[in-house]
Design a protein around this ligand. Sequence first.
Ligand code: BGC
Length: 545
Amino acid sequence: MGRGLVVVGVAVTVAVTACAVAAVVVGKRVKSRRKWRRVVGVLAELEQGCETTVGRLKQVVDAMAVEMHAGLASEGGSKLKMLLTFVDTLPNGSEKGIYYALHLGGTNFRVLRVQLGGQRSILEPDVERQPIPQHLMTSTSEELFDFIASSLKEFVEKEGDGSDTSLMRRRDLGFTFSFPVKQTSVSTGILIKWTKGFGIEDMVGREVSECLEQAMARKGLNMLVAALVNDTVGTLALGHYHDPDTIAAVIIGTGTNACYLERTDAIIKCQGLLTTSGGMVSFLYVSRQTSSDSLSDELIYFVIYLLTLTYLHLHQVVNMEWGNFWSSHLPRTSYDIELDADSPNPNDQGFEKMISGMYLGDIVRRVILRMSHEADIFGDALPKLSMPFILRTPLMAEMHEDDSPELTEVARILKDTLEIPDVPLKVRKLVVKVCDVVTRRAARLAAAGIVGILKKIGRDGSGGITGGRSRSDIKMKRTVVAIEGGLYTSYTMFREYLHEAMIEILGEEAAQHVILKVTEDGSGVGAALLAATHSSDHVDNVQLL
Ligand code: BGC
């Protein structure tokens, strides 16, 4: 009897324990399922927020074209600055001689020495890249330009040019300065604002070429800025040099921007100097500031001015500064809003913050951080994940393009960069999906931006924004867009998504006429070409008609 009781007692205890263990296990499973559901919910919300249906992309295309018109109509008429470049003359292939170029724009700066042989020949340029020390990006203009001038001097001394190595011989320089500049001539301009993490306050509002020339003089370098250009403009110059059907250039790298050839008569706000570049015509429109006696005089001048422009069909390169484009049709998420609020330039560069290499990695980081707050799928202490910009876009791209079955690269980057070890495979897959959503949106928006330009100038096969003609009666011209920037050139998935979206928006037929051409080192070599074109030594220019 007593033994029997003991046995029953033991059995009951075992059963109770088993039940308790089972309850704990089930409870854990339920909890972990709930966690997982929450995380999947974060992903679903992200996907919805980043949606770029063709319909939405077409709205972005239209908005881009409308804003381009507004930006050309008046100063401050749009968030798109549509800056004049005074480049109405592009290299024609006859340029000869040695020209230098300096490119300051992102995390690196480059110095180039380009030898032009005439007959459209460019010898392999000598190029030297250097990272910009982080502290110089926010120090003083003098410190930054002294650093650049020193590196340029070392480069000039090292390279020589086969003849006179004296630093005192004057050399012409193309200066690619990849920030928004209000140009006052083809070789001068004033910095409007910094972007891409630069923030040297004393420089804003100052004459850029003068700052460089003063620094070069301090270092004993006799160099003259013959052309001050945006990187998009350099890229367009090189693209056009090799292929005259090139009508626009786009940069998708650390930052993003585009420029294109616009008819001068469409640049309503340019009712001033028709050209200062030494080109064919130099015609001063007598504007309100002048001493014209009567309103009718002013009107007559204006009509003559417009007729001249229309008759000559002159063109000028316009630097859109599309990074600052904004439209309510852009798919914006809470991550974008937070990133913008935490940035040194809130409410600025909205398009750039959704597209360019400076920001994509950080959007992904923010999503992963939100996931880890919703449910501790990455473990508890994650100090690194809270650090802004710790996940750089090239690393994000590596994770995205990891095609190993176990996602070993993803595991490595999460461990090494974010200090999150032992992430299970299904979570690693989730991280890849986040990268995919963020990159796909960026690439598709960039495609919509490009089509927006094509639409504005009537090259999208639809007859232009005000044309109203149907597709069938438009014969599409071959249209080349030069492209530069690591996001496009080195990130296959980005490039593929961009191409796919171009076809979706334009349609197969029209898309066949649009060629996106990588223009290697365009921003630098193109600046040297423009220096040659606009150098006082060179007279044989081609006017953009
Ligand atoms: C700048 C542009 C530049 C682009 C690409 C943007 O942040 O505002 O001037 O062209 O980056 O480098």
